[in-house]
Design a protein around this ligand. Structure first.
Ligand SMILES: *[C@@H]1O[C@H](CO)[C@@H](O)[C@H](O)[C@H]1NC(C)=O
Ligand SMILES: *[C@@H]1O[C@H](CO)[C@@H](O)[C@H](O)[C@H]1NC(C)=O
Ligand SMILES: *[C@@H]1O[C@H](CO)[C@@H](O)[C@H](O)[C@H]1NC(C)=O
Ligand SMILES: *[C@@H]1O[C@H](CO)[C@@H](O)[C@H](O)[C@H]1NC(C)=O
Ligand SMILES: *[C@@H]1O[C@H](CO)[C@@H](O)[C@H](O)[C@H]1NC(C)=O
Ligand SMILES: *[C@@H]1O[C@H](CO)[C@@H](O)[C@H](O)[C@H]1NC(C)=O
Ligand SMILES: *[C@@H]1O[C@H](CO)[C@@H](O)[C@H](O)[C@H]1NC(C)=O
Ligand SMILES: *[C@@H]1O[C@H](CO)[C@@H](O)[C@H](O)[C@H]1NC(C)=O
Ligand SMILES: *[C@@H]1O[C@H](CO)[C@@H](O)[C@H](O)[C@H]1NC(C)=O
Length: 892
């Protein structure tokens, strides 16, 4: 884990004074260079009092004998400035400036560092090409330039980096080809150049890089074959070539690599058969080769890769049978082979893979019938067999598929009726699709038990009879399709039905009532009770509230800072003044920018004017309204206009300014601290960096489903970040008043920053800056004890953090009617074992089924979340402990 990044100005000062005293007697060799560098780095982190030893500066490590600087490690600190002066530190061995805001060219002068072994400039905004001079650093072993905006080709001079072990240049805009001389970097273990615009072919010379463990070149424009030589040494462990234009066949020599654990070569133009030597790559855990032109049969030799967890061969031209031998893969979690030409029956041995959670054989030519013991032994969650030629009846044993989340059987030749046992698949929630078959008989009443199901499609069958009223038990339904059957009688009055388009019910001659245009004469009144979704949600909320949070609703949240005019008033003024340009700028009472490098870039008048425009409004929270403000310099800011309802406290302004300035120097990588403020008339605006990735709430809940979801490692990093930020706040005796995913912001590198810290600080009654009746936080995050204590405490913060963790684990909202009446996310999770639900059914299955490692980490994190959300405040761990536990999860 990275060193603890926080600093607290006063602590830092103290440390510096001590260090200065110790070092006062002898001059240090790098003093001028370090002082020059300190002036460049636009950060509050190095504020040396004169004469202090740079060896005690944050992130700096010196040689204990000579006093020269050997390491500078300053990742994730929001730094910018010109670092070319670093080249004066001739003893430097490690330079880590990753995840900052450096821009411009990578300084060519870095090539003048004769002892440099580790250079990490990743995740900045460096532009231009990779300086050829870096090739002169003969001692370099790790070079990481990934996640910048570098252009041009990989300079040939880098071929002199004969000691290089790790080369990471991914996520840039590099062009040209991968040079053949890479083969001369014989010590290279890791080569990552993914997400660039590299063209040409993968050089055959990689075969000489006998130490290569990881080759990741995905998302480029690479052509030509996968050279067999990359497997020659037998040491390759990870091969990721997804999303290129690679052709040719998968080399036979892949079997050389017994340690190969991950092969991802999907989205290319690979042809030919999958070599059966794959069985010799016995350590294989992931094999993903979807969206290619692979043909022939699935080699039964895969069965020798006993660690195989995921096998994705979808969208190829594979034919033949699904080898029954795959049933020996006890660790297999996902078998995805849809969109091929696979034939024969569903291989029964496969259903014995106890860990199998996803079986996707849709759009093939499978025939035969559905095996009776479909879910006999496995933990199937996704069973996708649609668009095949499967005949026979749906076996009643389908009711044993207790863990199933999605069942796709559409487009087959199924006959018989829908077995009532289907109502026993209580967990079915994603979809039940039986469309385009030859099913007959009535809709079973038991369908009504599927109260989590969102999508139901039974269209295009020969189902008959009336629609049973019990069907209204399907409380979560959103999309339905009953069309083209022989159903009769009235469509039950049920909001999801009436909200559907008529086409969902059309093609049933004898069906009547809304949303169909044919009215039901003679039927009316037989179905009187109206279940309205709005009513349901209202009931749910009331019940949740009634269960201990009533107070939240009845307590008016009164935030008192100083007088603020109503926004409407402001708008009226703006309107009266005509266009924004004509508004006379208000007299600014006070304003300051804490970050030196930004002083020039921020114009207070522009800040104020930005808040006059509604189109700049980004969000409106409990305590503030947030605007986006674009400065004339091009810098984009978040401007927070504080809300207030009391008009008597104007005289607190000075205290407030002092508090703000203090907050500006309070720094921790996971706190979003103000970079300045503007006070005019009686309005206070707080300035923040623009957060391009929005809030954690948006990140978790608003990512379009088609886009890649935030993955588990990213989520865990975010959780750790939030925990660290909160632990730091508690350490400096600050209670956050409103922990929620809407108050956690994500910077360009997806680091989590806790927002609204200043609100918590400014509103702290003990500070005398404000008086508040009650501040409760956000709905769903409020600890149960708040109902009677009316106080937000440190354990209360831990509870709210636990809710955030649960949200990260489940991708569910903290309050949602799908949990049922009176149940919020916390209750839903805590009562899972009572409902006989496994953790799998709680955690986001799209993450937990990706790998054992992820699942294990998620389970461990779930345990922590359960502790944090314990009803009894005293039983919840301290934030410091939570950080330790989460870091342990991450390291395992
Ligand atoms: C300190 O520097 C000297 C040479 O200047 C070198 O010999 C020694 O190994 C260094 N010490 C450490 C701990 O790296
Ligand atoms: C940084 O400073 C050096 C010399 O002081 C100069 O040559 C270089 O152009 C500067 N780089 C940037 C990005 O401003
Ligand atoms: C940069 O790459 C090196 C070498 O692969 C790696 O150890 C380091 O963690 C990377 N840095 C970041 C910020 O990912
Ligand atoms: C690796 O594969 C190549 C080509 O298939 C073969 O010549 C070589 O002997 C293999 N090496 C090992 C260690 O198996
Ligand atoms: C697989 O390994 C065995 C023994 O290690 C070897 O005899 C065989 O030739 C290999 N098969 C392939 C296809 O590489
Ligand atoms: C399978 O995975 C386990 C655990 O990661 C590992 O110890 C074992 O060596 C792997 N098996 C093979 C054949 O690589
Ligand atoms: C399923 O996977 C787990 C690891 O998550 C493993 O411990 C277990 O042995 C596997 N189940 C079977 C039946 O092999
Ligand atoms: C199979 O093809 C369909 C339609 O082209 C596509 O939507 C689906 O994602 C494919 N399945 C897989 C697993 O790639
Ligand atoms: C199922 O498919 C296999 C392979 O194509 C074929 O041999 C067999 O006759 C088919 N069975 C039925 C019942 O159609």
């Amino acid at each position: 884990m990275a060193e603890n990044l926080f600093c607290y100005f006063s602590l830092l000062c103290a440390a510096l004074v001590v260090a200065a005293a110790a070092a006062a007697d002898q001059p240090l060799p790098d003093q001028p260079a370090m002082e020059a560098l300190q002036k460049e780095l636009s950060a509050t982190l190095w504020k040396p009092s004169s004469g202090s030893s740079y060896c005690s500066w944050r992130g700096v490590t010196c040689n204990s004998t000579s006093g020269s600087v050997e390491r500078i490690a300053l990742p994730r600190l929001g730094l910018s400035g010109n670092i070319s002066g670093v080249s004066r530190l001739k003893s430097l061995r490690l330079l880590d400036l990753s995840s900052n805001y450096f821009q411009g060219a990578v300084p060519p002068s870095l090539g003048e560092l004769p002892a440099l072994e580790y250079l990490d400039l990743s995740a900045n905004n460096f532009q231009g090409s990779i300086p050829p001079s870096l090739g002169a650093i003969g001692s370099l072993r790790t070079l990481n330039l990934s996640s910048n905006s570098l252009t041009g080709e990989i300079p040939g001079e880098l071929k002199n980096l004969l000691q290089l072990e790790e080369l990471q240049i991914s996520d840039n805009r590099l062009v040209g080809s991968l040079p053949g001389w890479i083969g001369s970097l014989v010590n290279l273990r890791v080569l990552s150049a993914y997400e660039n615009r590299l063209a040409g072919s993968i050089p055959d010379s990689l075969g000489s890089v006998s130490q290569l463990r990881s080759l990741n070149l995905h998302s480029n424009l690479l052509q030509g074959p996968i050279p067999g030589s990359v497997f020659a040494s037998g040491r390759l462990e990870v091969l990721v070539l997804t999303a290129n234009r690679l052709g040719g066949t998968i080399p036979e020599s892949i079997g050389n690599c017994s340690g190969l654990s991950s092969v991802r070569i999907g989205n290319n133009r690979l042809v030919g058969t999958i070599p059966s030597s794959i069985g010799n790559a016995s350590g294989l855990a992931y094999f993903e080769a979807d969206n290619n032109w692979l043909s022939g049969e699935i080699p039964p030799a895969f069965a020798r890769c006993l660690n195989l967890t995921l096998l994705n061969l979808a969208s190829n031209r594979l034919s033949g049978l699904v080898p029954p031998e795959l049933g020996e893969l006890r660790n297999l979690q996902e078998l995805i082979a849809s969109n091929n030409s696979l034939a024969g029956e569903i291989p029964k041995p496969l259903l014995r893979c106890r860990n199998l959670s996803k079986l996707d054989l849709s759009n093939n030519r499978l025939n035969g019938s559905l095996p009776r013991d479909l879910c006999g032994a496995s933990r199937l969650q996704f069973l996708l067999l649609d668009r095949n030629s499967i005949g026979g009846a749906i076996p009643p044993e389908i009711g044993n598929c207790a863990r199933l989340l999605e069942l796709q059987l559409g487009g087959n030749r199924l006959t018989g009726s829908i077995p009532p046992e289907i109502g026993r698949i209580k967990n079915l929630q994603v979809a039940l699709n039986l469309s385009f078959n030859s099913l007959r008989g009535p809709l079973p009443r038991e369908l009504g038990r599927l109260d989590k199901l969102v999508t139901l499609d039974v269209s295009n069958n020969q189902l008959s009879g009336s629609m049973p009223p019990e069907i209204k038990g399907m409380l979560s339904l959103i999309t339905v399709n009953f069309s083209n059957n022989q159903l009769s009688g009235p469509v039950p009055i049920f909001a999801p039905f009436q909200k559907s388009p008529p086409s969902s019910f059309s093609g049933n001659k004898l069906l009547c009532g809304e949303p169909l245009s044919s009215a039901c004469e003679g039927y009316l009144g037989s179905d009187g009770d109206v279940v309205d979704r709005r009513k349901t949600s209202y009931k749910v909320i009331l019940a949740v509230v009634g269960s201990g949070l009533t107070v939240f609703v009845t307590v008016s949240v009164i935030v008192v800072l100083f007088v603020l005019r109503e926004r409407e008033e402001m708008n009226a003024k703006a309107a009266a003044g005509g266009a924004a340009a004509v508004i006379p700028s208000p007299v600014i009472v006070a304003g300051n920018v804490f970050v030196d490098s930004m002083k020039q870039a921020i114009d207070f008048d522009s800040v104020v004017r930005a808040t006059f425009r509604d189109s700049n409004k980004l969000a409106s929270g409990t305590f503030s309204t947030v605007y986006k403000a674009v400065m004339p310099s091009g810098v984009v800011l978040y401007v927070k206009r504080l809300k207030s309802v009391d008009k008597t406290v104007v005289h607190y302004q000075n205290k407030m300014i002092r508090e703000l300035e203090r907050l500006g120097s309070l720094c921790h990588a996971n706190l979003m601290r103000p970079i300045g403020y503007v006070i005019y008339e009686d309005v206070a605006l707080l300035l923040h960096h623009h957060m391009p990735n929005g809030t954690l709430a948006q990140f978790l809940h608003e990512t379009p489903p088609d886009e890649s979801r935030p993955d588990w490692p990213t989520r865990l990093d975010i959780a750790v970040g939030v925990a660290e930020g909160l632990a730091f706040l508690h350490q400096v005796a600050t209670i956050h008043l409103d922990i929620s995913t809407s108050n956690i912001f994500l910077d360009a590198q997806l680091n989590a920053l806790i927002g609204e810290v200043e609100i918590s600080k400014l509103l702290d009654p003990s500070k005398g800056t404000a008086s508040i009746s009650a501040v409760a936080g956000s709905f769903g995050y409020i600890p149960p004890e708040y109902a009677y204590t009316m106080q937000v405490t440190a354990p209360g913060n831990v509870y709210s953090f636990g809710v955030v963790l649960l949200e990260i684990l489940t991708t569910r909202l903290p309050v949602d009617e799908v949990f049922g009446e009176g149940v919020d996310l916390v209750k839903w999770v805590h009562s899972a074992s009572g409902r006989n639900e496994s953790p799998e059914q709680i955690m986001d299955a799209r993450l937990s089924t990706v790998s054992f490692a992820w699942r294990k980490q998620m389970l461990a994190t779930l345990k922590i979340a359960m502790l944090c959300t314990d009803r009894t405040p005293a039983k919840r761990p301290k934030m410091k402990k939570v950080v330790e536990m989460l870091i342990e999860v991450k390291q395992n």
